[in-house]
Write a protein that binds this ligand. Sequence first.
Ligand code: ATP
Length: 200
Amino acid sequence: DELVVGLTGGIGSGKTAVSNRLKELGATIIDTDEIAHSLTQTGGLAIANIRRAFGDQAVLPDGSMNRDHMRALVFKNPEQRVALERILHPKIREEVQRQLAQGALQYFVVVVPLLFEKGGWGELMDDIVVVDCPVDQQVERVIQRNGWPETQVRAVINNQASREVRTKGADHVIENTGDLPELIQKVDVLHEKLIKKAKK
Ligand code: ATP
C-alpha cells in the first residue's frame, strides 16, 4: 500500500512551507484545512448541517459559512465548538479517504494542523512529520504574516499541543529555525527518506 505521511506543527511553524516543497518534489498533498474551507464555502457539503445546527445567522447570503460569526461563537462557547467539529470532522475524514483512494505518484502527505489535539488521525498515518521551532519564532512569523496582536498569537499557541508533546509523537522532526533555503534543504533530505520508504 502507498505510504501515508502526516504533517503537523503549531501555528506559524512552517507546515505550508514544508508541504509546498514536498509538493514540488512530487508528493501528493492532502490538506485538511483546505478541505474544511471547501466544505464551508458556497455550495459546500457542510452548509445545510451548519444552518440546521446554528441557525440562519451562521450562513451568509451567498451561502457560505459566516466565518466571523462562527469564530466568535465557538471561541466563547466550547459546546458549540464541539458541535461544529462533529459536523466537520467526519466530512473531512471522508474527503481525505476519497483523495487517498485516488492514489499517489510517490507517497501521500496529509497536512493536519491539530493532529495531536484531535484524536483519530494517527491510525491513518504510517509516519508523522512535525515541523518545530521555538514559540517566539512562531509568534514573530504569525505577527508578520497575519498582522495579529502578539496576545492573540500566544492565546492560539497556548490552546495547541506543546512542542514536547508533538516532538515525542514524531517519526521525523523538521527544525524550522533557520532561513527558507535552510528549510528547503532539510525538506529535501526528508523527501529522500520518504521516497525510499515508499518504495519498500
Ligand atoms: P499555520 O498553522 O498558521 O497555517 P504554517 O505552519 O502553515 O502556519 P507557514 O505558513 O508555512 O506556517 O509559515 C508561517 C509564516 O512564516 C509564513 O509567512 C512563511 O512564509 C514564514 N516562514 C516559514 N518558515 C520560514 C523560514 N524558515 N524563514 C522565514 N520565513 C519563514
